[in-house]
Design a protein around this ligand. Structure first.
Ligand code: COA
Length: 255
């Protein structure tokens, strides 16, 4: 862990902050290592229910450090690859608070997050072709699935920047808030997720993250998970709360 990646836990939310503001949080290999370590640690910490990704200073991240691109000759086995595989494999939900620049991996990592709040003045960009590169982080698969081929082609083949309103319009982010309020809004969402039944949230995320399955198979797989959940303490608490006309409290169950 480096001080370029700052981790803090408050309640059941772990915030992982990219913190190199003078370089717009451009990510070096060491920072990817710090991100991967922080997320992996939060994933195994029973006191963490939700990961929150944020940037220090004015930006989310301006993407991979462009100077590093001149020295990197491979991705496999690097901390960049480890970060992406860790992020994509998280079982706990991930909330992102975006502001300023969200360029390159700053945009592609959002495709692996679950709920995303953007500041009104955020700037997104998938600039790869303009650098002579190609999409990464499975964005060539996930972006067309999310926004459709024509818009994904526009974003990935032209590589122009776009604003928060456009990001909301195409479904890349959940909401746009006034600049300066994004982290508070993201934190509120993270707290709401953390108050939900833990296992149900994680199993729902796992189902959402595996879309390539025939509908008939999915109905049966959901049913098997649903059946197992019928004996959960969370369901008993939800039904008891309904009967007693009080809010459900899931925090006392194992996390
Ligand atoms: N790698 C390394 N340094 C970066 C960086 C990056 N990806 N993005 C920004 N920086 C540095 C700049 O070199 C500058 O450093 P300096 O003050 O020592 O000169 C500092 O961060 C501020 O950036 P600057 O370009 O002056 O800010 P801006 O507001 O004019 O522009 C961006 C912001 C994000 C549009 C612009 O910095 C940019 O295009 N960055 C590159 C984004 C990119 O291509 N990322 C790789 C994707 S694969």
């Amino acid at each position: 862990m480096t001080d370029l990646i700052v981790t803090e836990r408050d309640g059941f939310v772990q915030t992982v902050r990219m913190n190199r503001p003078e370089k717009k949080n451009a990510l070096t290999l060491a920072m990817y290592g710090g991100l991967a370590d922080a997320l992996a640690k939060g994933e195994t910490d029973d006191d963490v229910s939700v990961h929150l990704l944020a940037g220090g200073g004015e930006d989310f991240t301006a993407g991979n450090d462009l100077n590093d691109f001149l020295t990197i000759t491979r991705l496999s086995g690097t901390d960049l690859e480890r970060f992406l595989l860790t992020l994509a494999g998280l079982q706990k939900p991930v909330v992102a608070a975006v502001k300023g620049a969200a360029v390159g991996i700053g945009s592609t990592m959002l495709l692996h997050c679950d709920l995303i709040v953007a500041a009104a003045e955020s700037r997104f960009q998938f600039p790869f072709v303009n650098l002579g590169l190609v999409p990464e982080a499975a964005s060539s698969l996930l972006l067309p699935r999310l926004v459709g081929h024509p818009r994904a082609a526009e974003l990935l083949m032209l590589g122009d920047p776009f604003d928060a309103a456009r990001a909301y319009e195409i479904g890349l982010v959940n909401s746009v808030v006034p600049t300066g309020e994004e982290e508070q809004a993201a934190r509120a969402l993270a707290d709401r997720l953390a108050a939900r039944p833990r296992d149900a949230v994680r199993k729902t995320k796992a189902l959402l993250r595996q879309p390539d399955e025939p509908v008939l198979d999915r109905i049966q797989r959901e049913a098997r998970i649903f059946e197992a959940a019928l004996t959960s303490p969370e369901l008993r608490e939800a039904v008891a709360a309904f009967r007693e006309r009080r809010p459900a409290d899931f925090t006392r169950h194992a996390r």
